[in-house]
Design a protein around this ligand. Structure first.
Ligand code: HEM
Length: 465
């Protein structure tokens, strides 16, 4: 065997292996083949600082592992699931009760999908807070935004498939929100529902998107994303360390240094998902009943922030103006005129001062948002105080102007107190808005009861509804 493959292995030796090492045994041959396969995807060496776990927390790799688990379990689910309103729920029951490991496979798929939203979001935050979205990585940031969109829509389309009360009404609520978009709202809602109401056509459309179109979009974008990471020379590392790259003293072989670390993270994650899926079953409520809405009827948790915004703003602001502004800012972020700062790239929060400012912003949001929610819920009502005023102004422009004034005041204060750079200031404002939005999401998920009134999560009314 060694004799027949001699030419092949000598080529591998010259291209991959440093030093005159010929494979002597079959095991060695196999190892070299595996190594060369891995090195088709990974660079031969990586800068040592890039191996530091706290630089990336392995979040991008975890997202990849979750997508792979989702693909695997999703294919298995397709053997049993039937995308018809009369049969979908039954097929989930058959899967859970009559198919070997059916419940476990569904649990893994369910928890991976939910964890993926969290992991991808955290990965985006890590990229932002280490300043890894500036050139040459800025186009990859845009690809990342597409990935985030595809992950959210994949989750959303999968949500309907069990066809239980939870699924049916969550999707009804979400597709109901788009109706508020002026001009195209009704048309868009009809498109999303494949008709005036959620029914067989919607289920089939969601199924097709969930199992065919979106996986392909994800696959293409992920391949592009990883290629761009390599084109940028790997993940960002602090500039002071990168400067040594001319002499490359800090470079180490990818195998085993990086590959072993990645394998460890992947195995720990798979073990965690497995244990979690054994312990906790994916929810399944009673079969969908279009005639009886649960109270409260809530959107999927990752859209609860937007549903909560609807409680405080005119719908045009909640489902159009604010989401469009946020998306536009995220797209423009790497292209804004302020330049990447080579000294701070790869440094979490840019500097010690940046970290302090971030903490101040997070505390400010934590202290101000809950009272603001309560004040708006019980004490503030511009529509009633100024009768005759269009609700778009009383319930839209007025609250938006108050919030904008608050943000501007905060911006001036921190700018004056810390003499901060543009990077640090943008990051601080980002943290302020992010923490506020997380509080809105948490409020929507746990602190809204029947009629979407504010309540405590341990209120018995909530659990019985
Ligand atoms: C399915 C979703 C995603 C997967 C599988 C994924 C995977 C990865 C991986 C493996 C890396 C390199 C290692 C690491 O940083 O952990 C990476 C880097 C990167 N990702 Fe993602 N990612 C996803 C979503 C996103 C999103 C939502 C964004 C931002 C909007 C983003 C922006 C970036 C950028 C800019 C880099 C380069 C960072 C650097 O060089 O330090 N990615 N991604």
């Amino acid at each position: 065997m060694t004799y027949n493959l001699n030419g092949f292995f000598s080529r591998i030796r010259h291209s991959i292996i440093r030093g005159p090492v010929y494979p002597q045994t079959e095991q060695e041959c196999k190892r070299i083949i595996t190594d060369s396969l891995i090195l088709h995807f990974r660079p031969r060496t990586v800068p040592e600082p890039a191996l530091k776990f706290s630089l990336t927390w392995g979040l991008g790799g975890m997202a990849l592992v979750l997508v792979m688990l989702l693909a695997l379990t999703g294919i298995l689910l397709k053997f049993v699931y039937v995308p018809l309103p009369g049969k979908a729920y039954e097929s989930i029951l058959v899967l859970q009760n009559e198919v070997w490991f059916g419940q476990l496979i569904r649990n893994i798929h369910h928890w991976c999908a939910n964890l993926l939203v969290i992991v991808v979001f955290l990965h985006m935050l890590r990229v932002f807070f280490t300043g890894a979205f500036h050139s040459p990585r800025r186009f990859n940031w845009i690809i990342g935004l597409f990935l985030l969109f595809f992950v959210l829509i994949s989750n959303f389309t999968g949500y309907l498939l069990p066809w239980d009360q939870l699924a049916f009404w969550a999707i009804t609520i979400c597709t109901g929100m788009v109706e508020y978009i002026p001009g195209v709202g009704t048309w868009l809602q009809k498109m999303l529902r494949s008709g005036p109401e959620i029914g067989p056509a919607a289920l089939l459309m969601f199924y097709t998107f969930h199992t065919a179109i979106l996986p392909v979009c994800l696959l293409i974008c992920m391949a592009f994303h990883f290629w761009r990471v390599r084109k940028a020379g790997g993940v960002i590392i602090p500039a002071s360390l990168d400067d040594q790259s001319d002499t490359k003293p800090g470079y180490v072989p990818t195998i085993p240094n990086l590959v072993l670390r990645e394998l460890t993270v992947a195995l720990v994650l798979v073990a965690f998902i497995l244990v979690f899926s054994i312990l906790f079953d994916a929810p399944l409520e009673s079969p969908a009943n279009p005639g009886m809405s649960p109270n409260p009827a809530k959107a999927p948790w990752y859209f609860m922030g937007i549903q909560e915004l609807l409680m405080h703003f005119h719908p045009v602001f909640a489902v159009l103006i604010i989401p469009v502004l946020v998306t536009g800012t995220l797209i423009l972020l790497p292209y804004l005129t302020y330049q990447s700062n080579r000294r701070t790239g790869g440094v979490w929060f840019f500097s010690r001062k940046g970290r302090r400012m971030g903490i101040v912003a997070a505390i400010t949001a934590l202290v101000i948002t809950p009272p603001a929610i309560i004040t708006d819920e019980y004490f503030m009502n511009f529509t009633a105080s100024i009768p005759g005023l269009p609700t778009l102004i009383s319930n839209g422009f007025f609250p938006a102007a108050i919030i904008l004034a608050g943000i501007t005041g905060f911006h001036r204060l921190i700018k004056r107190k810390y003499n901060a750079s543009t990077n640090e200031t943008i990051q601080t404002l980002f943290i302020l808005l992010l923490v506020s939005f997380i509080i809105l999401t948490v409020t929507g998920i746990w602190f809204r009861g029947p009629g979407m009134a504010l309540t405590w999560p341990w209120n018995p009314e909530l659990s019985s509804s």
